[in-house]
Structures are given as C-alpha cells and as structure tokens.
Design a protein around this ligand. Structure first.
Ligand code: ARG
Length: 283
C-alpha cells in the first residue's frame, strides 16, 4: 500500500455507544467522552507529528459512529498526467452501510466530498459495502473483505469503478467484522494479518499474494494490532499493548508508533477505523 500522507478524520464530539451492531459494542459499557477526545487528539497529534496532512469533518450529533471515517467510502485522488496536469477529477465512492444507524452518516460524508470537488459515484444500491473498512489497496492490488458488513457482490461493481479486480476475502469471526480489523498491508508485498479471521481459501489467497505475511497473536489481534495506519516514512501507527507486533515490525525496519485507543475499542474500532485515506489511489 502506498503509505499515507493525507487523511480524513472526525473529532469524536458526539461519540457514544448508542446501539450494538458488532460484538464489541455494549450500550452498558459507556464511553468516557473526555478520555475518548483525549485519545483521538493524541492520535491526531501523532499523525500530524509524522507529517500526515489531516482533513477534518464535523461530527453530526445524531450519528455516534461517524468518528470512524474509514467506513465513509473510498476516496480516489485526482489522476495526474505525465506533465502533472489533472486528467480526471477526484472521485468519492460512498458506502452503502448495512445498518440504518450508520447509513444515516452517508449524506454528511457525501456533502463533504462534493463540496471539495469530488465526483460522487454510487455503488449499486442493493449491495452493502462499508468503504475502506473492508477494501484496502496493497502493492497495486486491492483486497476486499466480505460477509459481516459487505456483500461479496458489491465488488462486481467496485471492480468496474476502480478498474481493478478486487481480491475477495471471506471473513469468518464476528469479532473481526471488517477487513481492516484483521489485515494491514505494509507495502513491499508485506502485511500483518490474523489468520483465524479468514476462511481457509481466503487465508491461502493471502499467503499466495504476499512474500512476508506477519501473523499477529490472538491477544494482540484483540487489541486491534492489525487496525494500523502505515505512514509515509516507515511508521506504523497502532494501539498500545501489542509488543510482539511491534517487535515483528522493528525486525523489518518499520517503526511502530503506539497511541491508546481503548475508548474506541468499546465500539469495535482503533487507529485505522478512525482514518480515511485520501491518497491511497491515484494522484
Ligand atoms: N461501531 C462501528 C461499527 O460497528 C465501528 C466501526 C469500525 N470501523 C472499521 N473500519 N473497522 O460500524
């Protein structure tokens, strides 16, 4: 994956556990709002400190999970010609969320991208698809997770919109309900993954597709070790408490930068879920 330098985040001003749509969420397990804000600001500070340009969208009060911008859709940057001229305008493919609680976010994200000159291209409505949470680029290819939130058939239309054949990966463990909770491409045909989260044939496809697949231990997968953001320059930003994963990265000259996200794990998300990449494709 091209390492990120430009992302979209949403400050969690109205983040809370208001419903239960994955096994991590328990409405009784209330978010400490002040702590969540503090953790989000630390992540923001870590990213900007690493040179990442962070765009912001305001959280609408009625959509508590809007802070997880990775699920908004996929942003395709402006395509540049050989002389640096723009050959096509940037495009935003908005998600078709599975649950109505999150589908209510769609208009806010669409408006944000439309206001910034992105052409909005809807993915065929009948099929659920939850954006970058389930669709990750890696080394010129794209990997699409499906089963819990995204329907495999959505990728037929996404293949056309992206102009690539998306490699489809079936997810099998509901604790790892989005692809970005159990898989993190690191560039140079290397990736982190949690093998038991995948159907056997999908695990085999991953094993064929990468030269260096790093299996994360269960305890760290449950601390969202795979839900990391690779930043330009070789830093991998992730939740705290994943020492084996950090050591595996260090052995490959990648530097783990850890920042606490446990208030967000209450909703089933960590670093990568809180970020939407704006430069992963094109430009
Ligand atoms: N509570 C949110 C949901 O269930 C968490 C989203 C996490 N995002 C992600 N990209 N894995 O939709």
């Amino acid at each position: 994956m091209a390492a990120s330098r430009h992302v979209l985040m949403c400050e969690p001003t109205h983040y809370r556990i208001a419903y239960e749509i994955n096994p991590w969420m328990r409405t009784l397990n209330a978010v400490d709002g002040a702590r969540a804000l503090e953790q989000w600001r630390s992540l923001y500070g870590a990213l900007t400190g690493l040179g990442v340009q962070v765009e912001l969208i305001d959280q609408h009060p009625e959509v508590p999970d809007m802070t997880f911008t990775a699920n908004a859709g996929v942003a395709l940057g402006a395509q540049r010609g050989s002389e640096g001229s723009h050959t096509a305008s940037p495009r935003f493919l908005p998600s078709n969320f599975r649950y109505p609680e999150r589908a209510a976010e769609e208009p806010y994200f669409i408006e944000w991208f439309r206001d910034r000159g992105y052409a909005i291209e809807e993915v065929h409505r009948p099929h659920y698809w939850e954006g970058e949470g389930d669709l990750l680029p890696a080394d010129g290819r794209a990997f699409g997770g499906h089963f819990f939130r995204t329907e495999e058939r959505s990728y037929d239309h996404l293949d056309e919109l992206l102009g690539v054949t998306i490699e489809r990966l079936e997810l099998t463990d509901d604790r790892f309900y989005h692809l970005d909770t159990c898989f993190c491409p690191l560039g140079e045909r290397r990736a982190l993954y949690y093998p038991p989260a995948f159907a056997e044939s999908s695990r085999a496809l991953l094993e064929r597709s990468f030269d260096d697949l790093i299996a994360v231990p269960e305890a760290e997968a449950l601390r969202f070790a795979c839900n990391a953001l690779v930043v330009d320059g070789g830093a991998v930003v992730m939740n705290t408490g994943c020492p084996e994963t950090e050591a595996a990265l260090a052995a490959r000259e990648l530097r783990a930068v850890s920042t606490p996200t446990d208030e967000f794990i209450k909703a089933g998300g960590s670093v990568k879920c809180l970020v939407l990449m704006l430069d992963a494709y094109g430009s």
